[in-house]
Design a protein around this ligand. Structure first.
Ligand SMILES: *[C@@H]1O[C@H](CO)[C@@H](O)[C@H](O)[C@H]1NC(C)=O
Ligand SMILES: *[C@@H]1O[C@H](CO)[C@@H](O)[C@H](O)[C@H]1NC(C)=O
Ligand SMILES: *[C@@H]1O[C@H](CO)[C@@H](O)[C@H](O)[C@H]1NC(C)=O
Length: 346
């Protein structure tokens, strides 16, 4: 027992994000071909996403008029006051017979405790020094959904890690996006889970809620889950660092005899590998709760009276769902990736 907790403390100390921070589970709200940031108003967008957070998520979410906190009646994320939306591409396994199957997502463990998810992802808000919370309507994207060149990706901010254990509590490796973490999705049958990390920029221009590429109004100030360093004069406002962690449970697909003879059997829904990994964020915390949570040193996924934020039980946040808007099959074996026209079963 004692050894176990000592080991946990040592790992925490090695983890760059050992300061107080929010770290919480978000269950799947929907898996849907919609993208209100890149393709507002469109059903059957070019690729499939999995979305978590406030249930007022919609095909159009105008920064000036869509009030996420006011219009959402529930959230699939832990904190009741967090009606933000967080989304990513989904991972598929390609069988050698050509069919595709969506890779299930599970909660994350590690020394900071196990998170309970029904699909979805885990979200972190990591402050470093004084930070200014996002403004209502703010949105941004990390990564590039069309990129096919892994060398163009900052490995310290967007990466994958191979977990050879099926137990998500067995913490593997050091700080996020360090050591042997890779930009590419690991293609190794001994990986039972693949952890994906997406770290967002921490500096804002202080003016624009969005920008044409959904990125140039923000800037990185360093790599890794450290909360970020000093901001450049072009983007002087220091933001809390948003980080997504996804646990892709690939254990059902670890039989190499089912894999195609060449190439990586794991691919994101754009039909591109790790080079195109990306995350989308729309801020939607109620009032100034996020600012207070950062200023008060609220920690992990616990109630924090100083900020007036409340942790829901897994049963509560798991119950917040939204029907798919672009109706199509996304589960089971599919004949092709859900791209272009509606997907069909294999
Ligand atoms: C989504 O938007 C449509 C109109 O574009 C609207 O009718 C509908 O009520 C919205 N749904 C939610 C949950 O806000
Ligand atoms: C491919 O293999 C899976 C798993 O055995 C099966 O369910 C699916 O129907 C197969 N697809 C085709 C096109 O044969
Ligand atoms: C991952 O999938 C395997 C096979 O379906 C399952 O036995 C295991 O419980 C899953 N792991 C988690 C953490 O849910």
């Amino acid at each position: 027992m004692q050894l176990t907790s000592l080991a946990a403390v040592a790992l925490l100390a090695r983890n760059a994000a050992a300061q107080n921070m929010l770290r919480f589970a978000c269950s799947q709200l929907t898996v849907d071909r919609v993208d209100p940031i890149v393709n507002p108003g469109m059903l059957f967008t070019p690729h499939l996403h999995q979305i978590v957070g406030g249930n007022s998520f919609n095909i159009t979410m105008d920064p000036e008029t869509h009030d996420l906190a006011g219009q959402s009646t529930c959230t699939s994320c832990t904190f009741k006051e967090d009606k933000s939306n967080y989304w990513t591409a989904v991972m598929f396994f390609q069988h050698k017979n050509g069919s595709f199957h969506r890779v299930p997502q599970v909660g994350n463990g590690g020394p900071q405790g196990q998170l309970i998810n029904d699909g979805g992802l885990d979200v972190y808000y990591i402050p470093s020094g004084r930070t200014t919370a996002f403004k209502k309507g703010f949105r941004m994207i990390a990564g590039n959904a069309a990129n096919t060149d892994p060398s163009k990706v900052s490995k310290g901010n967007i990466c994958h890690r191979c977990w050879t254990s099926t137990n998500d509590n067995n913490f593997v490796g050091g700080a996020p996006c360090s050591g042997s973490d890779t930009v590419e999705i690991p293609a190794n049958p001994s990986c039972k889970m693949i952890r994906q990390t997406i770290i967002f920029p921490t500096c804002w221009d202080g003016k624009n809620l969005d920008s044409p590429d959904h990125q140039s109004h923000v800037a990185y100030s360093g790599v890794g889950a450290t909360g970020g360093g000093a901001c450049p004069s072009s983007h002087p406002v220091k933001l809390p660092q948003v980080m997504y962690e996804l646990m892709w449970n690939v254990s059902t697909f670890s039989d190499k005899s089912q894999w195609p003879t060449t190439g990586n059997p794991f691919v994101y829904s754009m039909n591109i590998g790790g080079a195109a990994a990306h995350g989308d964020y729309v801020f939607g915390w109620e009032g100034n709760t996020l600012q207070k949570a950062m200023d008060s040193g609220c920690n992990l996924n616990r109630d924090c009276a100083a900020a007036g934020i409340h942790a829901q039980t897994p049963a509560e946040y798991n119950a917040c769902k939204k029907p798919q808007m672009a109706r199509e099959e996304v589960d089971g074996w599919l004949k092709a990736l859900p791209m272009g026209s509606m997907a069909v079963k294999a």
